[in-house]
Design a protein around this ligand. Sequence first.
Ligand SMILES: [Zn+2]
Ligand SMILES: [Zn+2]
Length: 132
Amino acid sequence: MSRTGKVFAQAIATNHYSDRPEPAGFEFALPYGGSPTQNAQDNWRFCRKCQAMFFNGYPNKGACPAGGTHKAAGYNFVLPHDVSPTSITQEEWRFCGKCQVMFYNGYDNTGACAAGGSHEGAGYNFVLPHYP
Ligand SMILES: [Zn+2]
Ligand SMILES: [Zn+2]
């Protein structure tokens, strides 16, 4: 059964917002527990060490800013991508191909990456639902 988890932007990509406001201050309502579709990818998990959301679908879990690699905890989120944004969704959320976290790509500075340098967007353009 598909459900929705209340998630704060800061929890999606922690460690990247200490020096700037969250994207428009949204409180996200992310679906979890459902099945993946052509426009929704599963295997998105929170890291219990750094609290960032990361993609857990690869054997390599990605560099964690808390040391070692990310460790999955909690729900299996199924996140919409490559759909048209609406008044209650925000686009420009991307997977970092270097450290595997979800980060907001709407700023010039994409934030420090645990794998070195800044985050680099790869793959889908996620469009995340939030509360109005
Ligand atoms: Zn981590
Ligand atoms: Zn990164």
